[in-house]
Design a protein around this ligand. Structure first.
Ligand code: IMP
Ligand code: MG
Length: 185
């Protein structure tokens, strides 16, 4: 059996640190949104954010709705194509009574999130914020600052905790850096 761990150069964020990060972000969200019955929607972007979403939604104490969108800006490799395509949309006619938090795995160029925030505002969301597990601010092509950020990381390609390389490694419970020979093959 192929062992995914053998392809990892080093661990960037171990599981215990991920848990601490998720606890903090859940507490920040509970602090920022009151419990007055206004609808709050956690909108996870498939597929990379599933691990973060699954952990985060269990830690938020106030009631939330969940939904999913799927977009693509990456091909199968490690470079962004720059263009955002909606592959799966939310089928809600009216976002007007909802505060939306877009849940992302990682912000790189910023293209995906800046596009989505505009899109959701156009769809009538009362407010739109972003919670991302990881951020690579040094890679920005368009200005975008997440409202909730797990950890800023340097310009390295990471996998695990939902993040993939060519659809692999998403199931690793930690965030790691791939051995360079894996993606230069
Ligand atoms: P952006 O539109 O350039 O900000 O790209 C964000 C998306 O690119 C993320 O949701 C990921 O799917 C993907 N991505 C960016 N950096 C990485 C990485 O280091 N590993 C895996 N996927 C990444
Ligand atoms: Mg993604």
């Amino acid at each position: 059996m192929h062992n995914m761990i053998d392809d990892i150069d080093y661990t960037l964020i171990p599981e215990e640190e991920i848990n601490t990060i998720v606890d903090r972000i859940a507490a920040e969200i509970d602090r920022d949104y009151d419990n007055s019955g206004r609808g709050l929607l956690l909108l996870a972007i498939l597929k990379g954010s599933v691990a973060f979403m699954g952990d985060l939604m269990k830690k938020i104490k106030r009631p939330v709705e969940i939904d999913f969108m799927k977009v693509s800006s990456y091909g199968s490799g490690t470079k962004s194509s720059g263009k955002v395509n909606i592959l799966l949309d939310i089928h809600r006619g009216d976002l007007a009574n909802l505060d939306v938090i877009v849940v992302e795995d990682i912000i790189d160029s910023g293209n995906t999130l800046s596009y989505l925030v505009d899109y959701l505002k156009l769809k009538g969301a009362r407010s739109v914020r972003c919670a991302t597990m990881l951020d690579k601010p040094s890679r920005r092509k368009v200005d975008f600052i997440p409202d909730y950020c797990g950890k800023e990381i340097p310009d390295v390609f990471v996998v695990g905790y939902g993040l993939d390389y060519d659809e692999k490694y998403r199931t690793l419970p930690f965030v790691g850096v791939l051995k360079p020979e894996i993606y230069s093959e």
